[in-house]
Design a protein around this ligand. Structure first.
Ligand SMILES: Cc1cc2nc3c(=O)[nH]c(=O)nc-3n(C[C@H](O)[C@H](O)[C@H](O)COP(=O)(O)OP(=O)(O)OC[C@H]3O[C@@H](n4cnc5c(N)ncnc54)[C@H](O)[C@@H]3O)c2cc1C
Length: 400
């Protein structure tokens, strides 16, 4: 047998080490109900459980492979990051509660932040010591984000914020918010926006929970009444907010759905559960259901191929927008069709809700179906993503 290449041997050793760590340290399933994603963390006990897990993974050295060591990260090591993500997915380990911070705040701060901002903010974010939320959407500004009206007015020692944000995931636990606000009402709507790192414990901030159609919480509305913000809360240049927000959204959409083979692992795992459900409900021989399951499998396979595609510069360089947008669009709709199919397999039993003792799989399928609608809305709706792909990737005429 040929000798193993040193880097292959190293990565296999690292993989083994991570697998052992997860098997040894992952917290036991709690008595209370765990949320399906970071979008539904509602109670303090759910939050504490998930936060402790993230801190443990960080302390063990398995989080922060996108962040230089000087800021509390583990240095830029994409190979190790991939291995950890794959092993966590494989083990169905709990998710990281500070996902917004890890996957879209940190890279935005690394791109635009001052040295002091990077030094102050990155380490506690990685360890989930400080939780982040995203204050972009407003009651009158969702898809048309640039029409937002929350104002940040300059004061003698910083800024004063007045306005109203909505659908703010995790605001009830957050120490910080990435806040997009209007700093120049006379400028063109895109040019008048600035991007801030807002401390949520400022006076004049009120966080009110919003209940989803699953009956669960997780997101909020946030009202600012002359809330003060220090000078150094500004990220990047004054008036540069739109460009920075677009950078954040690219990270958000890239992270949201299946943009890597590691993230595709849960797709296959979900499919396996669906096949098991089809068998249990006696429908696995039904050609219509078989066809629909096969179709989902083919699409999951295509999503899994997105990583090698993203890494091949020749395929990706000309249209860097295409892959994250496409993966977010296809992945979120895929999830919705899978959960819908599961509910069809269950028939009337899909009406049995969480907590109902006779509910199949604890009522997880109807919950997943309802939650799936949020995934096709948050981070850009499917309609908006189709518009962007059509116009900016395929070069079609602009929609009216
Ligand atoms: C689970 C979840 C979590 C979220 N978390 C956050 C968060 O943490 N922070 C945050 O800032 N926001 C968050 N959001 C808000 C999210 O970004 C917005 O809901 C989204 O951008 C859509 O905006 P809207 O709800 O105002 O809908 P609207 O923009 O009013 O859209 C309504 C409908 O019209 C369609 N539409 C609008 N414009 C067009 C067009 N030009 N062409 C075709 N169709 C169009 C849309 O696709 C949609 O179907 C979250 C949303 C969800 C569901």
């Amino acid at each position: 047998m040929p000798a193993m290449l040193p880097c292959r041997a190293m990565s296999e050793a690292f993989e083994r080490e991570v697998r052992e760590f997860i098997a040894r340290e992952r917290p036991p399933r709690p008595e209370f109900k765990l949320p399906q994603t970071f979008l539904e963390v509602e109670s303090k006990e759910q939050f504490d459980y998930l936060r402790a897990w993230q801190a443990k993974v960080y302390d063990a050295g398995y989080l922060g492979f996108d962040v230089p060591e000087a800021y509390g990260g583990r240095g830029i090591q994409p190979d190790k990051k991939r291995i950890v993500e794959r092993e966590l997915a494989r083990a169905r380990a709990p998710f990281f509660v500070n996902t917004i911070a890890l996957t879209w705040v940190a890279p935005t701060i690394l791109t635009y932040g001052t040295e002091a901002q990077k030094q102050r903010l990155l380490r506690p974010l990685l360890r989930a010591d400080e939780i982040w939320c995203q204050g972009f959407s407003e009651p009158g500004a969702g898809s048309d984000l640039a029409s937002l009206t929350t104002r940040a007015e300059a004061t003698s020692d910083g800024w004063s914020v007045t306005g109203h944000k909505v659908w703010t995931t995790l605001a009830h636990f957050a120490k910080w918010m990435i806040l997009l606000a209007r700093t120049d009402p006379t400028a063109h709507k895109y040019a008048g926006l600035s991007y801030f790192l807002f401390p949520m414990d400022a006076p004049g901030v009120s966080v009110q929970p919003l209940i989803k159609m699953t009956g669960e919480g997780g997101f909020n509305q946030v009202v600012f009444d002359s809330a003060p913000m220090p000078q150094d809360a500004l990220l990047g240049e004054l008036g540069q907010g739109w460009a920075i927000a677009m950078t954040t959204l690219m990270f958000e959409r890239g992270a949201a759905e299946g943009s890597s083979s590691e993230r595709a692992a849960p797709f296959f795992e979900q499919l396996a559960r669906l096949v098991e459900l089809a068998r249990r409900t006696g429908r696995s021989e039904d050609p219509v259901f078989r066809d629909r399951i096969a179709q989902l499998w083919l699409e999951a396979q295509a999503l899994a191929f997105a990583t090698p595609r993203a890494e091949a510069a020749a395929l990706n360089a000309e249209r860097p927008l295409a892959l994250p947008l496409m993966n977010k669009l296809v992945g979120s709709e895929w999830n919705q069709r899978l959960a819908e199919l599961a509910c069809e397999l269950l028939g009337p039993e899909a009406g049995l809700w969480l907590g109902e003792p006779s509910a199949p799989d604890g009522g997880e399928w109807p919950r997943a179906y309802m939650n799936s609608f949020g995934m096709t809305i948050g981070g850009g709706t499917s309609e908006i993503l189709r518009n962007i792909l059509g116009e900016r990737v395929l070069g079609l005429p602009k929609s009216k």
